[in-house]
Design a protein around this ligand. Structure first.
Ligand SMILES: C[S@@+](CC[C@H](N)C(=O)[O-])C[C@H]1O[C@@H](n2cnc3c(N)ncnc32)[C@H](O)[C@@H]1O
Length: 251
């Protein structure tokens, strides 16, 4: 608790992002990532592999942009920094650990931005990127906006989550460079006998095409949120998002 408060105070962020709750979410994420590091390791490794697969055949490697870079657990940062002239990490909050990691590499820049903000922030930030990675970000985008309504005791607009998810996918779809999408899609709650006790659609009804890569991410092992329940997320990865939709596959 005290450590969370210290981290909340020490994490640099614009006041607006702090007030909306992005810093709080970032601190909670770092805490859970640390506690669940063993359970999360296979997911992080497979996410990093998907990103490396996305750039393996790219002819032009001037700029890579990572959206939702956060604590960088899913991002093969050293490899990207070696493969591209420059790497841009975009998040509402860059934790201290990510800031340090970026500083150690000469060609990595941090951009603090709200990717649900007005206009087309994805287009503005990734328009000239040869590779854009949406790194386990998609289902996190609605979290703070939905919480904002709930915190004020207001009804959450029925389509809010779906609109935010669809808008991010549409923005990725407009990019000319290679796009790698890694996202969780569904949460399953399981008991110790392996029975599914609850399911939650993390995409608010938005459907994704079948993915070349998919796996389970044990988000909360037994004991993390409940003694006899665990939470498992289904994850899909598209090293070439345009190709997965039947669109043009860029060199
Ligand atoms: C599950 S984490 C991603 C993990 C990260 N890719 C990694 O390698 O560890 C989701 C990230 O999305 C960011 N995020 C959530 N909503 C955002 C928004 N509206 N704009 C920008 N970043 C956002 C959070 O700050 C968080 O770092």
């Amino acid at each position: 608790m005290l450590l969370d408060l210290a981290l909340w105070l020490a994490t640099p962020a614009p006041w607006r992002h702090r007030r909306l709750g992005y810093v709080r979410e970032s601190v909670l994420l770092s805490g859970r990532a640390w506690r669940c590091r063993r359970a999360w390791a296979p997911h992080a490794a497979r996410s990093r592999e998907a990103v490396l697969r996305a750039c393996a055949d790219l002819a032009r490697r001037r700029e890579a942009v990572v959206l939702g870079s956060g604590p960088l657990a899913d991002v093969p940062l050293r490899e990207l920094a070696a493969a591209f002239e420059r790497v841009v990490l975009v998040d509402a909050v860059h934790p201290l650990s990510a800031r340090l990691a970026a500083r150690r590499l000469g060609n990595v820049r941090l951009v603090t931005a709200d990717l649900t903000g007005a206009g087309d922030p994805v287009g503005a930030l990734c328009g000239s990127a040869d590779l854009t990675v949406s790194a386990n970000l998609l289902t996190q985008l609605p979290v703070v906006p939905v919480d904002g309504y709930e915190a004020r005791g207001l009804p959450v607009p029925e389509r809010l989550g779906a609109e935010i998810v669809a808008a991010h996918l549409a923005a990725l779809g407009r990019l000319a460079g290679r796009v790698c999408l890694v996202t969780d899609t569904e949460q399953r709650e399981e008991d110790r006998a392996g029975r599914v006790t609850d399911r939650l659609d993390l995409l608010f009804g938005v459907r994704l095409p079948s993915a070349p890569l998919s796996w389970d991410w044990e988000l909360a092992p037994f004991g993390e949120t409940a003694r006899h329940r665990r939470l498992v997320h289904s994850v899909r990865a598209y090293p070439d998002w345009a190709a997965a939709q039947g669109g043009p596959s860029l060199p």
